[in-house]
Design a protein around this ligand. Structure first.
Ligand SMILES: *[C@@H]1O[C@H](CO)[C@@H](O)[C@H](O)[C@H]1NC(C)=O
Ligand SMILES: *[C@@H]1O[C@H](CO)[C@@H](O)[C@H](O)[C@H]1NC(C)=O
Ligand SMILES: *[C@@H]1O[C@H](CO)[C@@H](O)[C@H](O)[C@H]1NC(C)=O
Ligand SMILES: *[C@@H]1O[C@H](CO)[C@@H](O)[C@H](O)[C@H]1NC(C)=O
Ligand SMILES: *[C@@H]1O[C@H](CO)[C@@H](O)[C@H](O)[C@H]1NC(C)=O
Ligand SMILES: *[C@@H]1O[C@H](CO)[C@@H](O)[C@H](O)[C@H]1NC(C)=O
Ligand SMILES: *[C@@H]1O[C@H](CO)[C@@H](O)[C@H](O)[C@H]1NC(C)=O
Ligand SMILES: *[C@@H]1O[C@H](CO)[C@@H](O)[C@H](O)[C@H]1NC(C)=O
Ligand SMILES: *[C@@H]1O[C@H](CO)[C@@H](O)[C@H](O)[C@H]1NC(C)=O
Ligand SMILES: CC(=O)N[C@H]1CO[C@H](CO)[C@@H](O)[C@@H]1O
Length: 763
């Protein structure tokens, strides 16, 4: 179908049945980000001044990694002659990794389930402070790829959501928070790093090639990177995989073409550790190699000498790196010596306590906010009166017995390591469930080690000590005896995932059997699932004795306390699923990663033929009923939606990418949310748009509101030009088409409470 694009005099007009007389001044419900052009300009002026004093060797020196006496994942070179100290770059997702005196924050997927912009910003800010205290210049996060093309993806939990809009919003908040704390955020992995299977080349087998058409790339995978660049992110990590058969870290079209030209990214592109690249990666747009010299080092200066790489390009690399450093204020006296807090733990080292007491409420609130209540039969939760007896079952109820270093999150849970791709020498493998204890994070680079893990059983026992409840526990049996006097039986299971390995399935028999065995003996069975990704529940969700089910995701160190507060109604469920839970694996438009079963294919190809039809976009388009849809989650109260208002705010015309007009609000939508239930609570109001020639619904707004009983709030959504656009491959521009745009406001992607229409036409 041909796209009808709008000329500059075309207008947008409204066609809703009745126009509510809404004259409230718009409240600021969305944090606004700027791409920081002004700040970048200032940082560039200072960077240029410093870099122009550097020799070629010095410039090349800061584009590469060096071994050091610290345990930073990488250290750049320094320029001692000019007093430029170099940078420590380090993992990542849940807090500062592999060291002491730091906190473990909720994982990306948990934050995604909170749909809470301000908590997300706070988490980024406090985590950023910890990295800074330890002398880390660049935390290697947050994550906008993988988004979650395959639900089996081993690293999906490191990101916020499979939905590019939700991912983009929360990545922008995180980046803003981190950079305001004074560290350079690193958005990764650019791009289409959607599976761990064949993520890297080995033994003559190339890494998988993600073959994506231009429209899908823009409307799905690039979308959250756009938000990240717009938020002023200082660095981007290129990915291990190939895209259209060219490695991400030597892909001129992606790094120079899309990232630096189309998106106008001003910071630097960093190599993923030892990712495939060569000297040509320099002219393709790569700015820094890690962890050592890769194919650069002396080769880079030699290449300048023989004319293969221009010196201007090396100057540009150095300028981008130093500009990002100035951008976040690392030039001042307040930034510690790089890597100061990351000495070998077994060597004498200064104790740098990075934990600020101000982060405590952020960690606990964040842990609470990412729990999603998906079933609550007859309001079994919250516990209404003092429970005389609680029975606790399942391997996931208690703290793991291994040591609290990262090893715990890498190998300690593995109950049956398989060799498989272990020939790579570095890929650890998990069973589907981590049966060594409760999980508060997924595995490897995103994980870190806290001082304590407040596990569910300990938290329940702490409460029992106060309230006199009798607690039975049996965490080992797969078919435990149940004390018939139990008022409630809590079953704890999990689904683990890790970097380096895709999951084997979305549920496991051991855990499902455990749940069913308890349910057959206990009429008030409550299932709690800690999950590093999608976990199916159809084996038992309709069992009449299963009265409540909680998807507890990966809450970080305050897991148990958060859960107990929710169980007892001192905190309220407000999380919503940032993905779809299907009834069956085959319901997902993409299930398994490409080339999962080993073939002798040395050039593995993965065609993203499904386009943008992933997760709810596909369930909606194919009319497949999910078990629990994207955006779903129960609370202890109920909310009523009323008074939809849709107002176009400016004239629309075709706009090109990089144009600031792309971020201009073009329509304002508002609705009134009322808490018409018995207790106070929080609701995440969601806005979806049906863009012509696109999936039936796409998330384009959300707002989390806290309401006491009988109280109302008018929530406001701003739709930007980008929000209504599609990517037109012919004109290479974001384009608003003619036609009707249905607007849905509701409590989930399927629980639509209000709808209206926005019509765009030439006039
Ligand atoms: C390059 O960086 C290393 C590591 O920081 C430093 O030891 C060396 O002196 C630097 N070289 C130059 C030419 O500045
Ligand atoms: C990949 O190939 C597709 C199909 O030819 C094309 O639409 C797209 O622009 C290419 N993308 C990149 C990054 O090369
Ligand atoms: C330079 O390149 C050669 C191969 O082209 C490689 O063997 C060598 O390790 C490289 N040296 C550095 C310092 O990157
Ligand atoms: C220039 O130097 C680089 C780095 O040593 C090398 O890879 C390349 O082959 C050289 N090119 C020519 C034309 O000598
Ligand atoms: C839930 O309530 C319904 C109707 O009130 C009742 O029939 C059913 O037995 C209750 N179920 C449980 C598990 O209490
Ligand atoms: C529910 O639990 C009761 C024990 O309280 C048990 O007798 C009954 O068989 C269970 N129901 C099912 C369907 O398993
Ligand atoms: C559920 O999905 C699995 C895995 O794709 C498939 O083998 C099975 O046939 C599906 N079952 C149903 C009932 O669709
Ligand atoms: C791969 O090659 C090996 C050795 O040539 C052969 O034994 C094996 O059957 C091949 N596997 C597949 C899946 O083709
Ligand atoms: C949660 O709900 C309880 C009542 O169940 C209420 O007392 C409390 O204020 C609520 N807390 C929040 C943070 O909404
Ligand atoms: C139901 C019940 O007895 N709840 C009590 C448990 O203990 C807390 C103190 O931690 C009391 O506030 C509750 O009333």
């Amino acid at each position: 179908m041909r796209l009808h694009t709008l000329s500059s005099h075309a207008s947008l007009f409204l066609a809703v049945a009745a126009l509510p007389p809404n004259s409230d001044p718009p409240q600021i419900s969305l944090r606004t980000h700027s791409n920081g052009n002004g700040q970048w300009a200032h940082a560039y002026r200072r960077a240029e001044k410093l870099v122009q004093q550097m020799t070629l060797e010095e410039k090349a020196n800061i584009t590469r990694g060096f071994q050091s006496d610290n345990i930073c994942a990488g250290n750049t070179g320094s320029v001692p002659r000019l007093g430029w100290p170099g940078m420590c770059v380090h993992d990542a997702g849940n807090g500062v990794r592999a060291t002491d005196m730091v906190n473990s924050y909720p994982s990306g997927i948990h934050v995604g389930a909170s749909w809470d912009r301000s908590l997300t910003y706070e988490r980024g800010f406090h985590m950023g402070n910890e990295f800074k205290a330890k002398g880390v210049n660049v935390p290697l996060g947050p994550n906008a790829g993988p988004l979650g093309r395959t639900p089996l993806g081993g690293r999906n939990w490191e990101g916020f959501s499979v939905d590019p809009y939700l991912s983009g919003q929360l990545n922008a908040e995180t980046i803003t928070g981190m950079q305001e704390a004074g560290v350079i955020a690193n958005i990764k992995h650019f791009i289409a790093n959607e599976q761990e299977t064949l993520r890297r080349p080995y033994f003559g087998i190339e890494a998988v090639s993600a073959n994506i058409d231009d429209k899908t790339l823009h409307e799905y995978y690039l979308w959250p990177f756009m938000d990240s660049v717009h938020a002023g992110v200082g660095s981007v990590m290129c990915s291990y995989n190939r895209i259209n058969s060219t490695y991400g870290c030597k892909n001129d079209k992606l790094m120079n073409g899309i990232l630096k030209t189309e998106l106008n990214f001003k910071g630097f592109v960093m190599l993923d550790w030892n990712a495939q690249h060569d000297i040509d990666s320099a002219e393709a747009g790569l700015d820094m190699v890690m962890p050592l010299a890769g194919a650069w080092g002396k080769n880079l200066t030699d290449a300048v000498a023989n004319g293969t790489v221009s010196e201007a390009r090396v100057t540009d690399m150095a300028t981008r790196i130093v500009a990002a450093w100035y951008l976040v204020g690392q030039d001042g006296k307040t930034f510690p010596t790089p890597g100061i807090g990351l000495k070998q733990l077994t060597q004498p080292h200064e104790q740098i306590d990075a934990r600020d007491p101000a982060s405590k409420p952020v960690i606990l609130e964040g842990a609470i906010a990412g729990h999603v209540l998906v079933k609550n039969l007859n309001e079994t939760l919250p516990f209404k009166q003092r429970l005389a007896m609680i029975s606790v079952f399942g391997y996931d109820a208690t703290v793991p017995r291994t040591k609290n270093t990262d090893v715990l999150f890498q190998l300690g849970y593995t109950s049956s390591p398989e060799m498989g791709q272990a020939v790579l020498g570095e890929e650890a493998h998990f069973d589907q469930a981590a049966r060594g204890g409760v999980i508060v994070t997924g595995g490897r680079a995103g994980a870190n080690s806290p001082a304590y893990i407040d596990d569910p059983l300990s938290a329940i026992q702490r409460r029992a000590r106060e309230n006199g409840t009798w607690v039975n526990w049996d965490l080992d049996s797969s078919n435990p005896d149940v004390n018939a006097a139990s008022d409630a039986c809590l079953v704890f299971i999990n689904a683990i995932a890790t970097e380096g390995w895709d999951r084997e399935g979305l549920h496991d028999d051991f855990s499902d059997d455990l749940v069913k065995n308890v349910a057959s003996k206990c009429s008030n069975t409550i299932v709690v699932i800690h999950a590093a990704g999608i976990r199916l529940v159809d084996q038992w969700i309709e069992h009449p004795n299963i009265t409540a089910t909680i998807i507890a995701h990966l809450p970080g160190q305050d897991s148990g306390e958060a859960l107990v507060k929710l169980l007892y109604g001192e905190a309220n469920f407000s999380g919503k699923l940032p993905y779809t839970i299907a009834k069956n694996e085959s319901d997902y438009s993409v299930y398994a990663p490409c080339k999962r079963t080993s073939t002798n294919d040395t050039d593995p190809q993965c065609d993203f033929t499904e386009g943008v039809y992933l997760d709810y976009r596909a369930f909606d388009a194919k009319n497949i009923a999910p078990r629990f849809e994207f955006g779903y989650g129960l609370s202890y109260t109920s909310f009523q939606y009323s008074s939809l208002s849709i107002k176009p705010s400016v004239h629309l015309f075709k706009s090109k990418c990089n144009d600031d007009k792309l971020w201009q609000p073009v329509a304002k939508v508002s609705a009134t949310i009322t808490n018409n239930g018995p207790v106070s609570g929080q609701e995440v109001a969601q806005l979806y748009v049906a863009i012509p020639n696109s999936p039936p619904k796409q998330l384009r707004g959300f707002y989390k509101t806290q309401l006491s009983p009988q109280k109302s709030e008018t929530v406001h959504f701003e739709l930007t030009r980008r929000d209504l656009s599609v990517w037109d491959v012919v004109s290479q521009a974001w384009v608003i088409q003619d036609g009707e745009y249905k607007i849905f406001v509701g409590a989930s992607s399927r629980d639509v409470r209000l709808q209206g229409t926005l019509r765009v036409a030439d006039d």
